[in-house]
Design a protein around this ligand. Sequence first.
Ligand code: ADE
Length: 227
Amino acid sequence: MHIDILTVLPELLESPLQHSIMKRAQEKGLLTVEVHPLRKWAVNEYGQVDDYQYGGGAGMVMMCEPLAKAIEELSKEKSYDEIIYLTPDGERLNQKTANALSLKENLLLICGHYKGIDERIRQHFITKEMSIGDYVLSGGELPAAILVDAIGRLLPGVLNDETSALTDSFQDNLLAPPVYTRPEDFRGWKVPEILLSGDHKKIEEWRQEQSLQRTKEKRPDILKGDE
Ligand code: ADE
């Protein structure tokens, strides 16, 4: 899979994509991510990519021209399955959408800033608008990094133990069960007996039950399929 990211702050995306699982995905050649500085398509030599909004009001708006030119130039090299704008008023990201996006070949992510991007770009170029939650961040870079991580770890071969993505929380509308590691007894707090029993069938049943109980307690909304 290839992901292009268009941003005014490329530095913000460097570190999150260069460690751990995202690093491994790229080293294995399963995922390539390219970050493109939007100022390359600025309207003047000062690197301008934003301007005051029509009608007045505080906050700058990202201009049509740099975005349109960048999207058109990048689209000449790749045929994008989706051109995604990260915005708090987009569709809220969940595991189902991450699963669906992980099956695509080429994605272009657009990070907004200031008051957002000119509406005409949304109307004429953007194919999907995604939010990472009902709160407002300073820009779309961190949401873009989150989206890349959520998708990248699902690509076949990225995780060592392939089943581990399948047993993540949310994969079957259930939260993951509790997990424990050594020691068996920490300050008198004991690991549940069943996990030490070696009876895999019983352990699996216990995990199922714990998942269900945990979901009922913490996130009844996903059990009902609201999410
Ligand atoms: N840009 C600013 N806030 C955002 C959010 N919550 N989700 C996606 N993009 C954003």
